[in-house]
Design a protein around this ligand. Structure first.
Ligand code: BDP
Length: 702
């Protein structure tokens, strides 16, 4: 039995104490008192007297940080920066900690209580390993300062979108029957779950702020405060999505013009009340001038004007505004081939670089379109060196199988985070979201952070949550891995997605004699599942062959003649969107070199993005050696086949796992196999009929 000692004061330290007491009760451990012998010491550096092992740590310098082990491995700015900051205890920041095993004692030391909490969860991740051989002291700090989940939850059940927009896990954990959920047990459990992954911020309502939800800012603020109280013990701060037209809708003003004095006064007074109620409130999230939401365009103002209005009123309290760059015309004319939705965010935002206040974070979707299975990285991320940018991912699987299909997304996110907009010698996306571009660029040029440790603050990482009141949290139990991986990547962006998957499997299915066999099965089912999904859905980066509205399942021409700007332009000769400078929309010009050239040229454009950038004949030969049409057939047959194999693996695992969980996954896999075949048959038939080219292997195309 393990003896654990916790030293320090403050509410978060109380959380650590409670966690330890609970674990001791479950695993037959003991809560030690100061002066007792202990196997595990969790202590604030300010606690006195520290036990000898902890004191020894304070006297010795620790290894350079692994907070951005990323970095260390891949040479990014985040790695270089944390290396530059001394690894010694001290300078760990609000959330960092040092972990070591010295003379038979495992020690976690932190300067601030949140660090102790994250250190405890690190010990939990290690399990018995934490008590093995001596381990040198290592400092761990989060790469991203803000690691945030946005909930697209409504209080009311929306007639079209349901309660959770793009939610596939039941109802909201925050809201029920048109009001706040009375019992916050679930919310507390969620906070604990998130803290264990490293997430430290949530936004509690939909970015499409409907009438009822708008009131969360004013007369329903108490409900937000209750959520803040429930998640605070786990180091999580609450943010709110607000409607840009609130001064009109809630304040009775005639305008929401960001430069109007009364509008500013209304926001200032409202924000003052918010902070009087929730002193550690995180800030506002805004979707403006996008898909029908109000915004500054109505008053002839820019998005910088809009964002700065809110940044200005939040600044006195240390709050931030997350201003989304997802702005485009959703009523475009499909006949007009010169309008390219992929260009929109850059065209709107890049010219505003340098105009945003320090506490205005421009939140950019990782791809230029909309969370497709395969997109290039958004060029906005490299285009605003004087702006704090957050990168937005979608954990909820709107376009990747809606939590009915197995689709482990960390490999995709890792590709996004590892993308280097200026080529191999430049910083990657993780470094830009971590440290801000100015710093990253100077590092790329061989420089160092000015004071040997102080990084400019990037905007961090944000994702749309996939959680609901479902028994397994995420509908598909295996979709939990995406939630877990998001938090871990926001803390250490360089983590290997496969190792992360195994970590999640090990922690989630920890018990039982069949643990290893089950682990192997899950690994095989999940590791390549994103690529499998890609194979049987829209080909070669062309995207959006989904059913309009709910976006589930194939609909080859579903969006082709609509105003949404998401087209594939398939005809009898070829398919794909010409986004070149030479003959197309010029989108490739939004990238710096070398990508601008790489994407422009048919010879160098990566196969998986070919149809995103080029319109080509069906007989065009890919770098893989296959033609486009044959690639479509081959991948669709293979993808559907792989889905069937995934189900087979699970069928063989019956009995290795809780029967109810097994049945839930099985039911989802049945649907995945059905849906994958539907995708295969529709996409193959469509391209066969368009092109008239038969399958080289003579397989039957329906
Ligand atoms: C799209 C979703 C829509 C969201 C929108 C957004 O279909 O429900 O409101 O993104 O990010 O992908 O605002």
């Amino acid at each position: 039995s393990r003896r654990t000692l916790v030293l320090g004061d403050g509410p978060l330290v109380e959380t650590v104490r409670a966690e330890v007491a609970q674990a001791c009760a479950r695993y037959d451990g003991t809560v030690a008192a100061p002066g007792d012998e202990a196997d595990l010491v969790l202590a604030l550096t300010t606690a006195t007297p520290l036990p000898p092992a902890a004191q020894a740590l304070l006297d010795e310098p620790a290894d350079a940080a692994s907070g951005a082990a990323t970095g260390a491995a891949s040479g990014t700015a985040s790695g270089a920066a944390s290396g530059a900051a001394s690894g010694a205890v001290g300078g760990l920041g609000d959330e960092g900690y040092v972990l070591a095993r010295l003379g038979g004692v495992t020690v976690v030391l932190a300067d601030a209580p949140a660090g102790l909490l994250y250190g405890l969860f690190h010990v939990v991740r290690l399990g018995e390993q934490a008590f093995g051989a001596d381990r040198p002291a290592r400092a761990h700090r989060p790469a991203m300062r803000r690691r945030m989940l946005d909930h697209w939850d409504n209080i009311d059940v929306h007639p079209v979108m349901g309660q959770v927009e793009r939610g596939y896990s039941g109802g909201s954990i925050f809201w029920r029957d048109g009001a706040a959920a009375g019992d916050l047990t679930r919310v507390r459990a969620y906070a604990r779950l998130l803290a264990a992954t490293g997430v430290n911020a949530i936004s509690v309502n939909n970015v499409n702020v409907h009438a009822t939800e708008a009131h969360l800012l004013t007369d329903r603020l108490g409900d937000v405060a209750a959520i803040a109280d429930a998640v605070r013990p786990y180091g999580i701060r609450v943010h709110l999505s607000v409607n840009f037209a609130s001064p009109i809708a809630l304040g009775g003003l005639a305008t929401a013009d960001p430069l109007d004095e009364d509008v500013r006064a209304w926001w200032a007074a409202t924000t003052e009340r918010v902070y009087a109620t929730i002193p550690d409130f995180g800030g506002y999230v805004v979707k403006a001038d996008s898909e029908g939401q109000p915004g500054p365009f109505a008053y002839g103002r820019t998005h910088a004007d809009g964002a700065n209005l809110l940044a200005g009123v939040l600044a006195p309290y240390g709050g931030v505004v997350h201003w989304r760059a997802f702005v485009y015309n959703h009523r475009q004319d499909w006949r007009d081939r010169s309008t390219d939705r992929a260009r929109a965010a850059f065209d709107h935002f890049a010219p505003l670089d340098g105009q945003f206040h320090d506490n205005a974070i421009v939140q950019v979707k990782h791809g230029p379109l909309d969370f497709q299975t395969r997109e290039p990285v958004s060029p906005v991320i490299a285009a605003m060196p004087a702006t704090r940018l957050a990168v937005e991912l979608q954990v909820t699987q709107e376009y990747t199988g809606q939590q009915r299909h197995v689709c482990y997304l960390a490999p995709m996110w890792r590709e996004v985070l590892g993308f280097r907009p200026w080529g191999q010698d430049g910083p990657d996306v993780a470094a830009l979201a971590t440290g801000g571009q100015a710093v990253s660029r100077s590092l790329a040029d061989g420089g160092r952070p000015a004071d040997g440790g102080g990084l400019a603050d990037g905007g961090g990482l944000v994702a749309v949550s996939n959680v609901g009141d479902d028994r397994y949290w995420t509908g598909h139990p295996l979709a939990q891995a995406n939630l877990y991986a998001f938090g871990r990547l926001a803390w250490v962006p360089g983590l290997d997605p496969t190792a992360l998957l195994d970590e999640w499997i090990g922690l989630t299915f920890a018990a039982g004699p069949d643990r290893e066999a089950l682990g192997r099965t899950l690994h095989e089912m999940m590791d390549g599942s994103w690529r499998t999904y890609e194979r049987y859905t829209a080909p070669l980066g062309v995207g959006f062959m989904v059913r309009p509205g709910h976006h589930y399942g194939p609909d080859v021409d579903g969006y082709e003649y609509t105003p949404w700007g998401t087209y594939h332009f398939a005809d009898r000769d070829g398919v794909g969107v010409d986004r070149t400078r030479a003959t197309g929309t010029g989108y490739t010009g939004q990238y710096p070199q070398p990508w601008s050239e790489v994407y422009e040229s048919l010879d160098t454009c990566p196969d998986e993005l070919l149809l995103f950038f080029h319109h080509v004949p069906y007989g065009h030969v890919l770098q893989s050696g296959s033609t486009v049409i044959q690639h479509i057939y081959d991948t669709h047959f293979a993808g559907a086949e792989q889905a069937a194999q995934t189900r087979l693996r699970w069928e063989k695992a019956e009995g290795l796992v809780d029967p109810a969980l097994w049945a839930r996954v099985k039911e989802r896999l049945d649907e995945q196999v059905r849906s994958a075949e539907e995708w295969r048959d529709q996409v193959n038939a469509y391209f066969f009929r368009k092109s008239g080219v038969p399958d080289a292997h003579g397989r039957r195309i329906h």
